[in-house]
Design a protein around this ligand. Structure first.
Ligand code: F6P
Length: 561
């Protein structure tokens, strides 16, 4: 039965009408309600008191979780059942951060043992590179890493790298090293990624689950040409390594399988940052210590997901309120607002995790869902976002938001003579914005402040805008792991409730197929300017003609590959 046909769904739909008559201005005055709508685990405080919700809402959402067998679905995922039914795969990113003495058996194999074997190999390799025992083709130490990959083979590693970069211990561990990412097939990205790097001191990590992704493979060939032009063909053995599940194609590319780090088909691309996909580039940069802390943080939330009662379960609460806001209150977008510059790549990563996972149109059995799923996720660190899109969020549309803040900065700073330290200034905004959204400002309040009558409508804030507040102690590698797992599981919870498959991504295929057709046409037209443009609709044919029209200049190739 579709979840929307259950009494629990219908009860929430009715309750949503009733909640319309409440305003957060009133709800937030109730101290008992506020305390009841706050949960904490392992240093992570989640305050959901600014949701358009009463304790009755929470009860009804928990009934919905019951109706969707949320507990059963979480357990099935964590014990390795093939819950990705359209690809017939288990979904076991939790195994990537399991403790060495945990056991998860898939097809008769303890996958946790395999995970730790790869982690140990990465540790040995990273140690060798970092110590200089592993040398480049010219016997120089390799100090820079270019990680080539896209989507899940890029976004997660970059998010974690950015979160660690200014952590003092991580910064010390990475002294003298650089980690660059090359994702886009745009040659401009190649130029940026390689800018200022010396092939003799650069290690290239090609990251691709399938090792067939067009963008990644062209970028890998391009960078291989950059390396071999400077160092000769033999340099590939010392300067290129790979992360993939497809070791056959890794070998065909010319990378020694001994220098390839594997993972498994039960790791979805967007859930792969805790595999060699993220662990290898991060360990090369920071050493294995911080990476193990990061994995431990994710593991702590994995355990919490499986063990905590639903009403005190942070990712479950986040997921349930996601469903409440989108399916029942009709808010199709949501904002991720970390008040921490080191989290500036959180939103792009969670965009893929969430939108590729839950942007679906059918239930697990293929039935077209009668309700919208997934949300448009976007975000920017505060306070930058305040000077960008908060206008719309305060007075335009209702955009449920997650505010994420830390009690202590990675980089504390205080200036003599300033009223507050710099981090307190940041956090003053963090603490004010959720209330500004929730409470708003009435016309009467404007008038009491002496606002001229003509301006009153412009200065009214309707308020009643929902948000979550996540407050942690400090952004450490451990906290980064916690945040990652919280958001991964929020997405899974929503998918489980909606009854869809959060772990496939058929929606990305059509564009790729059409791009292939265009590529063939471009190749033919570049070879013979008179080649007919065929097989496209009139609009695309016109665009192709325009694109292929002579510019007067010949494109200058920088290097031959
Ligand atoms: O965008 C589609 C996708 O398949 C993602 O799911 C994946 O993360 C990305 O492409 C990269 O795939 P691969 O790691 O196989 O290169």
């Amino acid at each position: 039965m579709l979840i929307s046909a259950t009494p629990a769904w219908k009860a929430l739909a009715a309750h949503a009408k009733a909640i319309e008559s409440t305003h957060l201005r009133d709800l937030l005055g109730d101290a008992r309600r506020c305390a009841a709508l706050t949960a904490e685990h392992d240093g992570v405080l989640l305050d959901v008191s600014r949701q358009n919700a009463t304790p009755e809402t929470v009860k009804l959402l928990l009934d919905l979780a019951e109706a969707a067998d949320l507990r059963g679905r979480i357990a099935a995922m964590c014990r390795g059942e093939r819950i990705n039914t359209s690809e017939d795969r288990a979904v076991l990113h939790v195994a990537l951060r399991a403790a060495p003495d945990d056991a998860i058996v898939v097809d008769g194999v303890d996958v946790v043992e395999e995970v730790h074997a790869v982690l140990r190999r990465i540790e040995r390799f990273a140690k060798a590179v970092r110590s200089g025992a592993w040398k480049g083709a010219t016997r120089k130490k390799l100090t820079d890493v270019v990680a080539i990959g896209i989507g899940g083979s890029y976004l997660g590693p970059e998010f974690v790298h950015e979160a660690m970069r200014t952590d003092p211990a991580c910064a010390k561990a990475a002294a003298g090293r650089r980690l660059r990412f090359l994702a886009n097939v745009d040659p401009i990205d190649v130029a940026r990624a390689l800018d200022g790097l010396d092939p003799a001191t650069t290690l290239v990590v090609v990251i691709s689950k399938t090792f067939t992704t067009a963008e990644t493979m062209l970028n890998a060939r391009t960078v291989r040409a950059w390396l071999t032009k400077a160092l000769g063909a033999k340099a590939v053995a010392k300067h290129m390594v790979a992360v993939s599940t497809n070791l056959t194609d890794v070998a065909a590319f010319g990378i020694d399988p001994a220098n390839a780090f594997g993972f498994w088909d039960w790791v979805g691309g967007r859930y792969s940052v805790c595999s060699a996909v993220g662990v290898l580039p991060l360990a090369l940069t920071y050493g294995m210590g911080p990476v193990r802390e990061f994995l431990a943080g994710a593991r702590a939330i994995d355990r919490h997901l499986q063990e905590a009662p639903l009403e005190a379960n942070l990712p479950v609460l986040m997921g349930l309120f996601g469903v409440w806001n989108s399916s029942f209150l009709g808010h199709p977008t949501r904002a991720l607002l970390p008040y921490c510059q080191a989290l500036h790549k959180l939103a792009p990563h969670i965009q893929q995790v969430d939108m590729e996972s839950n942007g679906k149109r059918v239930a697990l059995d293929g039935t077209v869902l009668p309700f919208a799923t997934g949300e448009v996720d976007f975000g920017e660190p505060g306070t930058n976002g305040q000077h960008s899109f908060y206008q719309l969020v305060h007075q335009g549309q209702v955009v449920p938001a997650d505010f994420i803040g830390f009690r202590v900065s990675q980089q504390p700073r205080a200036l003599k003579g300033e009223v507050v330290a710099n981090h307190d200034e940041l956090m003053a905004n963090f603490l004010a914005q959720p209330d500004a959204l929730a409470m708003g400002k009435t016309a009467a309040e404007c008038r009491a402040e002496g606002v001229p009558e003509a301006l009153v409508p412009h200065k009214v804030f309707p308020g009643n805008r929902p948000s979550n507040v996540l407050l942690l102690d400090q952004l450490t590698p451990y906290a980064t792991g916690q945040l990652l797992a919280l958001y991964e599981h929020r997405t899974a919870v929503q998918g489980f409730i909606w009854g869809l498959n959060s772990f496939d991504q058929w929606g990305v295929e059509l564009g790729k197929v059409l791009a292939k057709q265009v590529r063939t046409q471009l190749a033919a037209s570049r070879k013979n300017a008179k080649a007919a443009i065929t097989g496209f609709n009139p609009a695309t044919t016109a665009l192709l003609k325009r694109y292929l029209a002579p510019t007067g200049k010949k494109p200058k190739a920088k290097s031959k590959s």
